[in-house]
Design a protein around this ligand. Structure first.
Ligand SMILES: Nc1ncnc2c1ncn2[C@@H]1O[C@H](COP(=O)(O)OP(=O)(O)O)[C@@H](O)[C@H]1O
Ligand SMILES: [Mg+2]
Length: 594
């Protein structure tokens, strides 16, 4: 709707609001879809804590930290041993003047070599252990987050999918998850390594060259100030980049399907604009990162100056390498710290969904009762003053339904578009929880049992069934016919027949058929009707009829209007009453046919 010149919001038959999409979106509380908001500012400690928990908890993290410490200490030890070995020179050996300080003539050469080899072997082993453990733990954290998100999304009520565009959900499972899988561990590893090296260098500097502690404190203060200035803005840029990507992903499939239409109407610029917005945010984020690195680099260069001057003008005792290493380490440390902070935004987004999504059936449902395996035995359905609304602030769409359908009865449901037929089906499957009243199946309140029990016992043949790619072998060992998700190969009526076969196999006592509104050929249509009549003789069948002629044979017809029961009787009885809504619907259908 973004590209429409004007948007009209209708309510109860009158125009509630008009204006451009942008203006209307600014009015609070009138969102058609949820706005994708992210918490502002830095990633909270709670996010790091949750990630730590997903990785296995504090003990595991402490173990990893310990391995990193051992690794860095080991690396430092190897350098120290090398410098110690070199400082020993020729050792106790009697040497000529030209061989003075030559380590190869040292009588303990083998010992030094063996020790050095041992330290290197140790270093390699610890490094391998660190890699294995780090990969295992970070992939465990990523898997835990992914599974948590998947469970939450699969358990989400219908509302969630209406308010969250598909691109946003896909973004979570593709981009955010990819960052959690690969970039978070990569930068976290770098951060840990550089932090420990910096600590190591700090210790070495303060021991060997205490006077350098003064500029060191200055350096750390300057870096802290820079971090403070940049970190928040870089995080904001990253969040903007993330949010502007979702609409692009949303449009990907639409663009692929409707490319020729888009080109024919010359509307490519609109899609280019979305892509440009995202690219701009991406560019700004990377500019900010580069700019910060440049500043940090320059600071380090400035710091190198006093070190270099000291080296030139002071005695030979002064050793600058630890300080130089420190300056270098700080550059990488700050860069990785920024990267970790920015990449953890993805972890934060996943956690927002995992903790924020409400699960289906978690509404006002009390204790969950167990139902017996053979429930429902006869399939009687009772609506007791049942009311339903799709969300808290939307109007009631089923208003005080009061009716009883006996077990095995064939019920036809008719009504104008928007009268509440599909909502009645949604109510029966508890896709939406009741606002008031209840539905009993064989005397059991459907809100008192688990959703899986309820849905397992009912069968639905939807208007436009979705078939997953695979074979029909589930129906019969010999049936190996390949089915595809491609709607072009199997018609809506044929897909409904597949659902009917599934209902037959499941032995459901209650079948709900939403007639295909897409044109179904007469042969398939009559096949569906015959199957229902013959194979589901003992089942309660509710048929939402779009072609009124198909329900002239049913036991009773329920006529709905504005979510209320208007008529509920045998079709012949209703036909006799010329003032009935059913008669007028039938007359209208006859007129269209003739
Ligand atoms: N997912 C939904 N969210 C909010 N309102 C809905 C939703 N689906 C249907 N409605 C509203 O509920 C009313 C009944 O719709 P529906 O049950 O689909 O009618 P029918 O199937 O008889 O055409 C309509 O006013 C419709 O706007
Ligand atoms: Mg409908």
């Amino acid at each position: 709707m973004e590209f429409c010149d004007e948007v009209l919001v209708l309510k109860d038959g009158s125009v509630l609001e008009t204006g451009s999409h942008l203006d209307l979106m600014k009015v609070e509380g009138h969102y058609l879809i949820d706005q994708e908001n992210s918490t502002r500012g830095l990633v909270t400690w709670r996010t790091f804590h949750q990630y730590n928990k997903a990785a296995g908890g504090f003990c595991v993290s402490f173990f990893i930290l310990l391995i990193f410490i051992v690794l860095i200490t080991n690396a430092a030890l190897s350098y120290w041993w090398l410098s110690y070995w070199l400082s020993q020179g020729h050792g106790t050996a009697n040497v000529t003047a030209s061989e003075q300080g030559n380590v190869s003539v040292n009588s303990d050469l083998l010992f030094y070599q063996l020790m050095f080899a041992l330290i290197i072997v140790l270093l390699l082993s610890v490094c391998t252990l660190k890699c294995l453990c780090f990969i295992k733990i970070t992939s465990h954290a990523a898997t835990t987050l992914h599974n948590g998100l998947l469970r939450k999304v699969l358990d989400s009520p219908m509302r969630f999918f209406e308010w969250n565009p598909m691109g946003r959900i896909l973004s979570c499972f593709s981009r955010y998850q990819d960052e959690v899988d690969s970039l978070v561990p990569h930068h976290l590893n770098a951060l840990l390594v550089f932090c420990l090296i910096a600590v190591c260098a700090c210790v070495v500097t303060s021991v060997i060259f205490p006077i350098m502690l003064l500029p060191l404190v200055l350096l750390i203060t300057l870096f802290a100030l820079l971090l403070r200035m940049f970190l928040r803005n870089i995080c904001e840029l990253k969040k903007m980049e993330n949010i502007s990507r979702s609409p692009c992903i949303s449009l990907c499939s639409s663009i692929a399907q409707g490319l020729s239409t888009i080109q024919a109407y010359n509307k490519t610029w609109q899609f280019q604009r979305l892509s440009d917005i995202n690219a701009n945010h991406f560019l700004l984020f990377n500019y900010a990162m580069r700019w910060l690195c440049f500043l940090v680099d320059s600071l380090c260069a400035v710091m190198a100056l006093p070190v270099a001057l000291l080296v030139i003008f002071s005695s030979n005792d002064i050793r600058s390498p630890p300080m130089k290493a420190l300056a270098l380490c700080f550059i990488y440390m700050i860069q990785s710290l920024m990267e970790v902070e920015a990449r953890f935004i993805s972890v934060e987004r996943l956690l927002e969904y995992i903790t924020g999504c409400e699960s289906e059936g978690s509404g006002p449902v009390g204790q969950v009762d167990q139902v017996s395996e053979d429930w429902p035995r006869c399939g009687a359905i009772t609506f007791q003053d049942y009311q339903m609304r799709y969300s808290q602030n939307s109007p009631v769409v089923l208003n005080g339904l009061q009716l009883h359908v006996s077990g095995g009865e064939k019920l036809g449901i008719v009504g104008k578009t928007g009268s509440g037929k599909s909502s009645l089906a949604a109510a029966l499957f508890r896709l939406v929880e009741p606002a008031a009243g209840r539905i009993l199946i064989d005397g059991v309140d459907i809100t008192s049992i688990s959703l899986s029990d309820l849905r397992r016992k009912l069968s639905i043949i939807p208007q436009d069934p979705v078939l997953f790619t695979g074979t029909v072998s589930g129906l019969d060992g010999k049936l190996q016919a390949e089915l595809t998700q491609d709607e072009g190969t199997v018609s809506a009526g044929q897909r409904q027949l597949m659902c009917l076969s599934r209902a037959l196999l499941r032995n459901s006592k209650i079948i709900l058929l939403d007639e295909a509104s897409a044109s179904v050929d007469a042969e398939t249509d009559s096949l569906i009707q015959i199957t229902i009549r013959d194979s589901f003789q003992h089942c309660t069948t509710l048929t939402i009829a779009h072609r009124i002629h198909t329900i002239l044979q049913v036991d009773r017809v329920l006529v709905l209007d504005h979510g209320q029961v208007i008529e509920f009787d045998h079709p012949d009885v209703l036909k006799q009453r010329p003032d009935s809504l059913f008669s007028s619907l039938l007359t209208a259908a006859n007129t269209v046919m003739s």
